[in-house]
Design a protein around this ligand. Structure first.
Ligand code: FA5
Length: 343
């Protein structure tokens, strides 16, 4: 049996040495060391040996097995090294070939406009704050003096989540949250950007859009402060030759209320399709904070006054960049954002 083992070792050594690929080597590993391999076959015949011979031959069989294992291992290292060297010589990189161009977009124009608007308000001393997109009815409507009979509370305009919770329809609930946080302290001067949600959908109205809310509360605040602030905002955003006009309007949370137009950017006020030949484009709603709102938020309306406004960010971006369809902002089409690389 010892002779048999010696002959296996001799043939295996030759064959392993002659293996040229890892696959061939693996076949040899199975052939000699596997469960049905030649060494195992020899070990199976141990029963025919005398009890004295058995441990001696068993020990020798294990030594042969270990030697073959070592041979396989060494050859494997050699073959892997050879494979690597082959790859390195074959796979050369031609650095003169043109590279693969990555399609890089730019910032979404709404992000650019939102940041610019924040910058304008910060330069006027406003603090930027944010509020939750999921609001409760109280902050979105009730505290803002919106009676339960107001059409804005209709299920048809508002995305309700439960009877109590909804997707905020405007950024105005941040007014209440801010005043309650300030606990009667003065002044309050915040700008609050964020997404709002309404059941609207046409080329100039999106179901998800963004507003930036402004709120200033202090002693002796007047409508003139509101008008001056909005004029400065319009001129910083669109150029110093721009004018604004305030039209009487109605919001339950401001009194008096106004809708604010800017002189048309496209036609300089002469009349075009963007402004429906009026020379003016509406960009925001505003007014003096209603006494009930001040009371609901812990301020005394006989002592303090304030103004508030809510600007449509998409509306400003459409005007600034001459975008006709609001949906272009959300298309995710790289051809849109590419035009805004570098702001
Ligand atoms: C409001 O949302 C009031 N909360 C604004 C306000 C705040 C008034 C503080 C007084 C004091 P209004 O529904 O008009 O108002 O919306 C304000 C602006 O949001 C509009 O002028 C318009 O620019 C923009 N807007 C309204 N609906 C949409 C829409 N579906 N898609 C895009 N922009 C919209």
């Amino acid at each position: 049996m010892r002779d048999k083992l010696n002959s296996i070792l001799k043939i295996a050594t030759n064959e392993i040495d002659g293996a040229n690929t890892l696959e061939q080597l693996n076949d040899l590993r199975v052939k000699y060391l596997g469960k049905k391999g030649e060494i195992t076959a020899v070990l199976r015949q141990m029963g025919s040996l005398s009890p004295e011979e058995r441990p001696v031959v068993g020990k020798y069989a294990n030594e042969v097995k270990e030697q073959i294992q070592e041979l396989v291992c060494d050859r494997e290292k050699e073959l892997k090294q050879k494979e690597m060297e082959q790859k390195l010589t074959q796979e050369t990189i031609d650095i003169t070939l043109p590279g693969v161009k990555r399609n890089i977009g730019g910032l979404n124009p709404l992000t650019i406009v939102k940041r610019k608007m924040e910058e304008v308000f910060m330069s006027m001393g406003y603090e930027i704050v944010e509020g939750p997109e999921i609001e409760n009815e109280y902050f979105n409507f009730e505290a803002l003096n919106l009676p339960s009979t107001h059409p804005a509370r209709d299920m048809q305009d508002t995305f309700y989540i439960t009877k109590e919770f909804l997707l905020r329809t405007h950024t105005s609930p941040v007014q209440i949250r801010t005043m309650l946080n300030k606990q009667g302290k003065l002044p309050v001067k915040i700008a609050s950007p964020g997404r709002v949600f309404r059941k609207d959908d046409d080329p100039t109205h999106s179901p998800i859009f963004q507003q930036i809310e402004g709120l200033v509360i202090d002693k002796d605040i007047t409508m003139a402060d509101l008008k001056g602030t909005l004029l400065l905002f319009a001129q910083k955003m669109f150029g110093t030759n721009k004018k604004i006009r305030l039209r009487p309007s109605y919001f339950p949370f401001t009194e008096p209320s106004a809708e604010v137009d800017i002189s048309c950017i496209m036609c300089e006020g002469n009349g075009c399709s963007t402004c429906s030949d009026t020379g003016w484009v509406e960009i925001l709603g505003a007014g003096m904070v209603h006494p009930n709102v001040l009371k609901n938020a812990g301020y005394d309306p006989s002592e303090v006054k304030g103004f508030a406004f809510g600007i449509g960010i998409e509306r400003v971006a459409m005007l600034k960049y001459g975008v006709k369809d609001i949906r272009d902002f959300y298309s995710g089409d790289i051809r849109v954002s590419k035009q805004f690389i570098g702001g």
